[in-house]
Ligand binder design. Structure first.
Ligand code: P6P
Length: 338
């Protein structure tokens, strides 16, 4: 056996020691023309996740919980940690030359950091800094969701760069702040999972190329709104309950979607009387989750025949109904809506 062959025989226990930072650099080697700008943006998201996790873990202790008394652009009570998480992301991404525009659920207007015209490719980062933040008061799962688009260098109008269909995302992911802090990432080559090791302060890769189960008898939606769902959803729920499906709903999309990514099932936020297009936002909730789920072999639709990633956005805060998860389970819902 040659020395080179011997070196490749690394014992299995040593092959999984890859941090998120190492993974990002490993992925960069697949793009010889890459300058590192994109990798540098992903590392900003990694450090932001660690900082937000530290605040989430101490929320009660720092007495940060409870509303800051103001409302965000969505008309929702802002939790103090929403504001802190938003500031952390704006400041870490603001320090990266490759970021031209940032759009957040917490900011009515996008933040233009750099024009990006001429020079090398710059990027737009869209995010929900603390999704499900109302769960904070009860120590429930909360998360950060992000989406990355290439800046359109032909235009000086930010909306031309931001209002791209989800199929144009070059990366998407979420961070789940739960019993552990999990970072899920796709750059269009499958979905990889990382868990924050608090001892080292590093995200360690725990799973590569995650595949969502094709089927699983479980659905996830807020049944409190059932009577105002369109009829097709009510028919689906009657069918699922007749098939002894189980119901799981965390009240935070990231927590529900992480469970579905690993165990299968279908997540829905249908149109309701209060929200004709459902509650979830297309650009920084539905699109990133749709990219992740499709990359893992699942499906993501807003209605029969309407794939989420093909929706042409008209506003960065627009909402869309969401049917997302295992391919067979999404098909069961769509069949009842048709
Ligand atoms: P409801 C959290 O506020 C959120 O945006 C998603 O994370 C979650 O799935 C949904 O809203 C919960 O909404 O109406 O069921 O409380």
């Amino acid at each position: 056996m040659s020395a080179a062959e011997r070196d490749t025989q690394v014992p299995a226990r040593h092959t999984r020691f890859v941090t998120l930072q190492g993974h990002i650099l490993e992925q960069q080697t697949h793009y010889p023309e890459a300058s590192g700008t994109f990798s540098w943006i992903l590392s900003a998201l990694s450090i932001s996740a660690k900082m937000i996790a530290a605040h989430v873990r101490r929320a009660r202790l720092d007495d940060v919980l409870g509303s800051v008394g103001s409302e965000n652009v969505q008309g929702e009570q802002q939790q103090k940690l929403d504001v802190i998480a938003n500031e952390i992301l704006l400041r870490t991404l603001g320090g990266r030359d490759g970021v031209a525009i940032v759009a957040s659920e917490e900011n009515e207007e996008p933040v233009i950091l750099r024009t990006g015209l001429g020079g090398e490719q710059k990027y737009c980062v869209l995010f929900d800094p603390l999704d499900g933040s109302s769960n904070l008061d009860v120590c429930g799962g909360v998360g950060t969701i992000f989406s990355i688009l290439r800046q359109d260098r032909r235009s000086t109008r930010p909306e031309d760069s931001l209002l791209q269909p989800g199929a144009r995302q070059i990366a998407a992911g979420y961070v789940l702040y739960g019993p552990s802090t999990v970072f899920a990432l796709t750059i269009g080559r499958g979905v990889d999972l990382f868990v924050l090791d608090p001892m080292y302060g590093a995200f360690m890769r725990v799973e590569q190329n995650v595949r969502i189960p094709k089927a699983s008898k479980s659905y996830s939606l807020n049944e409190g709104n059932r009577l105002t769902f369109p009829e097709g959803y009510q028919r689906y729920l009657e069918w699922a309950q007749s098939q002894t499906y189980s119901s799981r709903y965390a009240g935070a999309m990231v927590a529900d979607m992480h469970r579905i990514l690993l165990k299968g099932g279908v997540f829905m936020y249908p149109p309701t009387k209060k929200a004709a297009n459902g509650k979830l936002r297309l650009m920084y909730e539905a699109n990133p989750m749709a990219m992740l789920v499709e990359q893992a072999g699942g499906k993501a639709f807003s209605a029969p025949g309407a794939r989420i990633l093909e929706i042409q956005p008209t506003d960065i805060h627009q909402r869309t109904p969401v049917i997302i998860g295992s391919s067979d389970e999404v098909d069961h819902v769509l069949r009842h809506l048709a």
